[in-house]
Design a protein around this ligand. Structure first.
Ligand code: SAM
Length: 233
């Protein structure tokens, strides 16, 4: 697993030190141990971890300069994707992980401790965080597989500072999703910057939707927990 991971990252321009490879393999081991008791991910084969988790988390950095980001917020991070692989490769990033499920948040805390990664883990819903004192304070948010784009926008845009960027990691239909999210963007103070299309080394198609926060988000957003997903903007 380690040799294949090292080779694929090198091939795709990600320089990964021995320490960084140690951390990624240790992360996989802890994920497997915990997955036996907590439902973290259905993708547990070594190749799934390499391609569908690590590559999928890192490839957006080919298009947006995440490597030079000062801080990053990952909303609905689950077992730590995309936040933890990005933190392992770019340790200078100040990382905040937000996850609504208590057991997943406990896994993330354990993982960060074992891997000696300094990261803030918040067991909280995005809607609650977005109405609190961290509102409009984050310069960069990344999120994968949490909800449709209008819902993701309502979770994330209230938390972004003006001039900050949201990176939504999507499947092949990111362009269509961006069109469908136009109304949500207008209501929440966001503007579509670009959609990048690319493939993982396994051939699966992906897209990266980049959104800029251009105006303050009106105070009624995000709506109460559960409402954005039930009644998308
Ligand atoms: N981002 C991870 C990944 O790509 O593997 C996890 C994806 S999982 C399908 C979605 C995660 O988002 C779940 O762990 C869920 O608990 C979390 N989630 C969903 N809605 C949320 C919300 N409103 N606030 C915080 N977390 C949320």
């Amino acid at each position: 697993m380690r040799a294949e991971l090292e080779a694929v990252l090198a091939t795709h321009g990600f320089s990964c030190s021995r320490i960084c490879l140690d951390k990624l393999t240790q992360y996989y081991d802890i994920l497997l141990q915990w997955n036996a008791k907590v439902n973290l991910t259905a993708l547990t084969a070594p190749r799934d971890f390499i391609y569908k988790h690590v590559c999928d988390s890192l490839f957006p950095a080919k298009f947006y300069p995440i490597s030079s980001a000062h801080s990053l917020l990952d909303i609905g991070t689950g077992a730590g994707f995309p936040g933890l692989p990005l933190k392992i490769l770019y340790p200078q990033i100040q990382l905040t992980l937000v996850e609504a499920a208590a057991k997943k948040a406990a896994f993330l805390r354990h993982c960060c401790q074992e891997l000696e990664l300094e990261a803030e883990v918040l067991w909280e819903r995005a809607e609650t965080l977005g109405q609190g004192n961290r509102r409009e304070t984050f310069p960069l948010i990344a999120t994968r597989a949490v909800a449709s784009l209008p819902v993701v926008c309502e979770y994330c845009l209230p938390l972004l500072e003006i001039g900050g960027f949201l990176l939504a990691l999507k499947g092949p239909r990111g362009g269509r999703e961006a069109t469908d999210a136009q109304r949500a963007l207008e209501l929440l103070g966001g503007k579509l910057t670009q959609v990048y299309f690319y493939s993982l080394p396994t051939g699966e198609e992906r897209s990266l939707v980049v959104i800029e926060k251009v105006c303050p988000t009106p105070p009624q957003y995000p709506r109460r927990p559960g409402v954005p997903a039930k009644k998308p903007l």
